[in-house]
Design a protein. Structure first.
Lengths: 159, 52
């Protein structure tokens, strides 16, 4: 008896592939904008609301943007994480540090260093400072994931 | 703590799921698990004072 002819399983439709540079850049600029450029509107709106809410709660709770301190190697990671928020990081630094400060001046007696340290001490005194800083770091990590997700969608690796 | 759990749960639900029903399930499970586990850890750590 002849075996029944097996029908070949239908191939899933190939996912469209576009250049990932623009969606990743847009995702960095505004949370969710990269997904919006790729046609994922619901995700874009949800990501925008969640990341900006996390960022806003962090600032309102006394969170402080991280600055590079050569004496603390982990500060490099924390500052990079804040930078992943794109222009939102400019807002965070202006509110929490009083200006666009990315690195503590090395000279201890420097008036600029004293000004930044005083500003940071004021924020640290807030009882919700730790929560706020955690929220700010989480918002940065979320945006890093969004950039990577936009890359995967643009390359056709996921829907 | 609850706000953090809900925000993170919503984020990962939209990141990993495509359907609304699946997203709602992830939000409930992930957010609830984070809150419950946080409360358990808080009770476990209660005997250890911050400073003497």
């Amino acid at each position: 008896m002849d075996d029944p002819v097996q029908e070949p399983s239908p191939q899933p439709p190939a996912r469209p592939r576009v250049s990932p540079f623009l969606p990743c850049f847009l995702a960095w600029c505004v949370p969710g904008l990269g997904h919006l450029s790729l046609g994922r509107t619901a995700r874009a709106v949800a990501f925008f609301l969640v990341v900006t809410a996390t960022f806003g709660l962090g600032l309102a709770s006394g969170g402080t943007a991280s600055v590079v301190d050569p004496q603390q190697p982990l500060s490099y990671l924390a500052t990079f994480d804040n930078l992943a928020l794109g222009p939102l990081d400019l807002v965070g630094r202006s509110v929490s540090l009083g200006g666009l400060v990315y690195r503590l001046p090395e000279e201890e007696s420097s008036p600029e260093r004293q000004a930044v340290m005083n500003r940071m001490r004021d924020r640290v005194r807030m009882p919700t400072y730790e929560y706020g800083s955690t929220f700010l770091l989480t918002a940065g990590l979320m945006n890093i994931l969004l950039i990577l997700d936009a890359f995967d969608i643009a390359r056709g690796r996921k829907d | 703590m609850a706000a953090f759990a809900v925000l993170v749960a919503i984020f990962f639900a939209f990141l990993t799921q495509n359907r609304a029903k699946d997203r709602a399930r992830v939000i409930a499970v992930l957010g609830g698990a984070m809150i419950v586990l946080s409360l358990i850890v808080a009770y476990v750590m209660y005997p250890f004072p911050l400073a003497r």
